[in-house]
Design a protein around this ligand. Sequence first.
Ligand SMILES: Cc1ncc(COP(=O)(O)O)c(C=O)c1O
Length: 371
Amino acid sequence: MDIETFLLERNQTRYENDVELNLTESGIHACTINDIIAPAEAAALLNLPLGYGYTDGTPELKARIAAWYPTATQANIAVTHGASEANLISILSTLTTQDEVLFVLPNFLQVSGLAKSFGIEVNTFALSPDRRWQPDLDALAEAVTPRTRMIALVNPNNPTGIVHTPQTMSGIVEIAARTGAYLLADEIYRGAEIDRPETPTYFGHYERVIVTSSLSKAFANPGLRLGWMVAPPGVIAEAMRRQDYTSIGTSCISQALAEKIMEPAKREQLLQRTRTILSRNIKLLDAWMEAQRKRFSWVRPEAGGMAFLRYHLPMSSQALSTRLREEESLFVVAGSWFGLENHIRLGLGVETEQLAEALERLARFAARHCA
Ligand SMILES: Cc1ncc(COP(=O)(O)O)c(C=O)c1O
């Protein structure tokens, strides 16, 4: 079975540890175990038997994840290896090769790459900065065919950092409901809002919503490789039958730490850490964008650890990423790795001093290559 190269992940794996400044991450600089548990709790972790534990997630963890979704119960939760496995088993549980997926672009290209490799037809739907990256709902409705079995989106969005308006949310739900399509909403950036309230979840808006998420982005713990699905119990049961093949289950160490993270007070504390970092860093970028108006433009992000910039320089986004890395040891994501040219994505979740240095290098690079 062939599969297209996941350019974002391949390039990150290849280069992210070889540069002075890595701005390709969309999460927040990572927490340590010290940020999650108090020293007095460490002994319990040191004595944790390293067995399989609950391969589908401890009841306590599932209950705590469910509590973050107003209408969910434990029966709606599957614990997975990051949002990556959640997306994979969501597809495996709901789609056949007779189905089509409607996939919003620009996007994190995991779902489309996987679906295509399974022989599922993927139709794309383009978002535009002219609409502030909100979908044109009439055009979206027209893009749905009788074979559309899933609409796949990311909200808050990667790479644009835009949050769906209430009108967009209800419009998309209505379009999905008209054909009975599943709505796969990857909500991995929920909780990482920039000076605005927490993004409402799609879960509970329609009976065929599948939400995927993880501790990797808003919670700043990608190394735990712990994620989840929130879905109707029948979909969860099918997903668990698939997980028996994909990974059996998640690590008991990650589950133990995830229980602590998802305890409501801790959860809010960690999300607050994220929002404080983003709100501090976006101010740097605001000032920089003002000074760089001739060379870069943007729709200012509302959430997520990233900004998606349109650049006005005479080179492809892949070339820009490569040359910037080679000339300035600064690594940014090429827009083409999200399916959209003439853009780059900058990670906003790095240490503020690193962001300041990165922006200086990017300005220097742009001045040098300006047409
Ligand atoms: C939208 C989106 N979904 C899923 C993932 C994968 O996340 P995880 O580390 O939880 O597997 C990413 C990572 O960049 C992402 O941006």
